[in-house]
Design a protein around this ligand. Sequence first.
Ligand SMILES: [Zn+2]
Ligand SMILES: [Zn+2]
Length: 170
Amino acid sequence: MPQRTDLFELGRLGLTSGEGRRLDLFVHVDPFDYGGSTYAVVPELVPVRLDVSRTTGSGWALRLRFSATLEGPCMRCLEPASPAFEVDAYEVHQPGGGEELSSPYMDEELDLEAWARDALALVLPAQLTCRADCAGLCPQCGANLNHEPDHAHETQPSARWAKLSELKFD
Ligand SMILES: [Zn+2]
Ligand SMILES: [Zn+2]
């Protein structure tokens, strides 16, 4: 089982200004609640690549990359869905650089878990679906239209037609 890193102490890398390091770590990402359903993030320990650079003035430039899959019901057809997402995120943390250059994930340590979760949340679409072109359910009877592409109902005769059909033509 790979070791899980939630917080990472950048200082222990011993980098001096201009130096960088690439790290392959594993992070746990909490499930997402979405439209009343829960979506687990898999794998349980997501492999992430963290690029760390020490900037001048004791700052940090960070890049985080990973891919992860969400597992839960498709929001259109309700069948199991496991859409995959790619994350490529950057953070800059420059002490004394003001609000703009202050990362919310940097304190004594880098909050890798919180950053990974926020970065994944940013790339999630409004709807989690089994596939991009999921046809969803028939609004009339609930049939899964992915399995029945030709599914259709007899169109209801309009009220006007109903009236006309009552007329008798002798
Ligand atoms: Zn679907
Ligand atoms: Zn139907």
